[in-house]
Ligand binder design. Structure first.
Ligand code: ADP
Length: 590
């Protein structure tokens, strides 16, 4: 910030104080009208120029605040995308991220700081300037001002301290409110809210939260009113004493009427700038919370293994084979939970092996996959990738070795091509291969803009929308385009119709060629092509073997397989019956 503007503002203010004194002096000394008018015009001109300068400076202040926001918003978004997955999910990071968001984007954050700093500097010069002028009248005037400042600071800081303590509480409410508010705009939540008449219940939750936050806010606000009133009283006392002295000096002839008017103006300006500066200094103190939350957010280490890391190249030097993954006595408990989800898993997936992971809902399959991805670290035991501890491998490099299709997926605003390849200039042959293997090419061929079609209606008005099954094929194409060394597909056909599902199954064998692959599927028949099947039950490996060996063993796998086969046979019979009845009805019609 340039010092020119506060000085210009001070000159303007000084001219404003001179004006009534000049008029009084001109009238009492019987100046010529021309001379008086000339002085008045010059003073007005100075005041006008100073006003223009202050206006420009104010605008510049807004722009500075905006620039600072931009400065922080980019690293803020980048950091959220870079932290390890378990850090992202943790409550403390979520809270810090929300507080940082408020600091960057709300009017109470960086905005306040930038504007307070600029106002504080603008107050500093007038306070010093008028302080010196008033000290020349009476030495105790500035001393009185300093004393009153100390009292005011002590008093007002009571409220700031209360605000500091209440800040995390208010932030927690604000985060809940933002979540509830955002849910009302989410298309997925929008359906449920309408169909299940959830609006009343959600509204009550929103209102309750708002009331709680309001109570907290009012409690702190009352402190501000109380201490603010005390501050006004101190102001009154200070100014009263100074004005009283000026009146006394004028009445006993120690100063002329014009001097009295002039110094009266000085005291008023001094008081105004003093109070404004004090308030700005205190709001800067309160903004320490904001800076604190920004610092907490940006200081959070991005990775658990910040120390020395191994390069993925070292773990997997050759690019044409899959990875060997070894789980040694791995157990895992979610943070804040007591019961482990996985217990003492010992499993080696050989390079190039096709492994099927099956089990009932909640058995721990997805959790196991997240551990393999390095999103969580085992609470016990360790995972080795080609013999090296996964924990030590540089995380971003490790991710480049994985292609994973999860059940909870994301489609990002951009073209279909960008969603599949994460780039504007994809490898054409690789793209075609992925489209063909995932069967997504057939979906794409029906679109007028083909792979350049835009996605996400909330962002692009002319975006296309896909059915659940089509989206799943798109995401399969994304996983296949990456062509990584470990391919994991978590229920990749859950949203597909039986025909499309069957087509993908027929291709399953090829999908994992040349890589290590893990398939999770509820359809047991789809896992037959795998080299090995692992049945997870209650977080443990209950059975392990090929389809034939497991059927022969006659255990849980065989039981589940029989149950599913019976179900699918009955379904097929039912479909056949319907087909025959349809044919007969057609024959009767003709
Ligand atoms: P599966 O994929 O076999 O259906 P999951 O691995 O998704 O099973 O879940 C296993 C268990 O872990 C379930 O009981 C589930 O409720 C629990 N779980 C999953 N994710 C979390 C989480 N983020 N926090 C706490 N518990 C979780």
């Amino acid at each position: 910030m340039s010092l020119l503007w506060p000085i210009a503002a001070l000159i303007g203010n000084y001219a404003g104080n001179l004006l009534p004194s000049v008029i009084v002096e001109g009238l009492t000394q019987e100046w010529q009208l021309k001379e008086l008018l000339l002085r008045i015009v010059i003073l007005f001109l100075i005041m006008w120029l100073a006003n223009v300068a202050s206006g420009v400076e104010e605008r510049r202040g807004y722009f500075d605040a905006y620039t600072y926001r931009l400065h922080y918003s980019r690293p803020y978004v980048r950091k959220k995308m870079r932290v390890d997955y378990d850090i992202l999910e943790s409550e403390s990071f979520q809270n810090n991220a929300h507080a940082a968001h408020m600091a960057i984007y709300s009017g109470r954050g960086i905005n306040t700081i930038v504007q307070s700093v600029s106002s504080l500097l603008s107050c500093l010069f007038p306070v010093l300037f008028y302080g010196v002028l008033l000290a020349r009248v009476q030495w105790w005037i500035p001393l009185l001002a300093i004393l009153s400042c100390v009292f005011s600071m002590q008093l007002l800081s009571l409220a700031t301290k209360k605000q500091g303590k209440s800040y995390p509480v208010q932030e927690a409410y604000s985060r809940k409110l933002s979540y509830l508010e955002e849910s009302t705009m989410e298309p997925a939540a929008g359906k449920d809210i309408r169909l299940y008449h959830m609006s009343g219940w959600l509204m009550k939750k929103y209102r309750d939260n708002l009331d709680e936050m309001n109570r907290e806010y009012v409690r702190v606000h009352n402190w501000y009113i109380l201490t603010g009133t005390g501050d006004y009283l101190i102001d009154l006392l200070r100014n009263g004493l100074i004005y009283g002295y000026l009146l006394y000096a004028a009445s006993c002839g120690k100063m002329t009427l014009a001097e009295f008017v002039l110094y009266f103006g000085f005291v008023t300006s001094f008081g105004q700038y003093f109070s404004l500066g004090l308030n700005k200094a205190l709001s800067l103190g309160a903004a320490a919370n904001v800076i604190g939350s920004l610092r907490k957010f940006f200081d959070t280490p991005e990775h658990r293994n910040e120390g020395e890391t191994l390069s993925a190249e070292k773990a997997a030097p050759s690019s044409d084979t899959g990875l060997t993954i070894e789980l040694k006595n791995v157990s895992f408990t979610y943070p804040g939970q007591e019961t482990p989800v996985l217990f003492h898993i010992n499993l080696t997936v050989q390079a190039g092996e096709k492994l099927a992971l099956i089990g009932l809902n909640g058995a721990g399959k997805t959790t196991l996959v997240k551990l393999l991805c390095g999103f969580y670290q085992p609470t016990e035991g360790e995972i080795l990738v080609n013999g090296l501890p996964l924990e030590k491998i540089e995380r971003r490099q490790y991710y480049s070795l994985l292609s994973v299709l999860f059940q909870d997926y994301t489609i990002l605003p951009g073209t279909v091509e960008e969603n599949i390849t994460s780039t504007k200039h994809p490898e054409k042959a690789q793209m075609e291969r992925a489209l063909e293997k995932s069967d997504f090419g057939a979906v794409l061929s029906k679109l007028s803009q083909k792979e350049k079609s835009l996605l996400v209606k909330e962002v692009y008005d002319d975006a296309v929308d896909f059915s659940g099954g089509e989206k799943q094929r798109l995401l399969l194409a994304r996983a296949l385009y990456k062509d990584a060394r470990l391919l994991i597909l978590d229920e990749p056909t859950a949203a597909l119709d039986p025909i499309a599902e069957n087509e993908i199954y027929l291709k399953y064998g090829e999908l994992g060629e040349g890589k290590t692959s893990i398939f999770i599927s509820h359809r047991l028949s789809s896992t037959r092509f795998c080299d090995r099947i692992i049945l997870l039950e209650n977080g443990q490996i209950a059975e392990e073997g090929t389809h034939e060996s497991l059927m022969e063993a006659g255990g849980k796998y065989a039981e589940l397989f029989e149950m599913q086969s019976r179900y699918y046979r009955e379904q097929a019979r039912e479909e056949e019956r319907r087909r025959i009845m349809g044919d007969e009805a057609d024959e009767r019609r003709y």
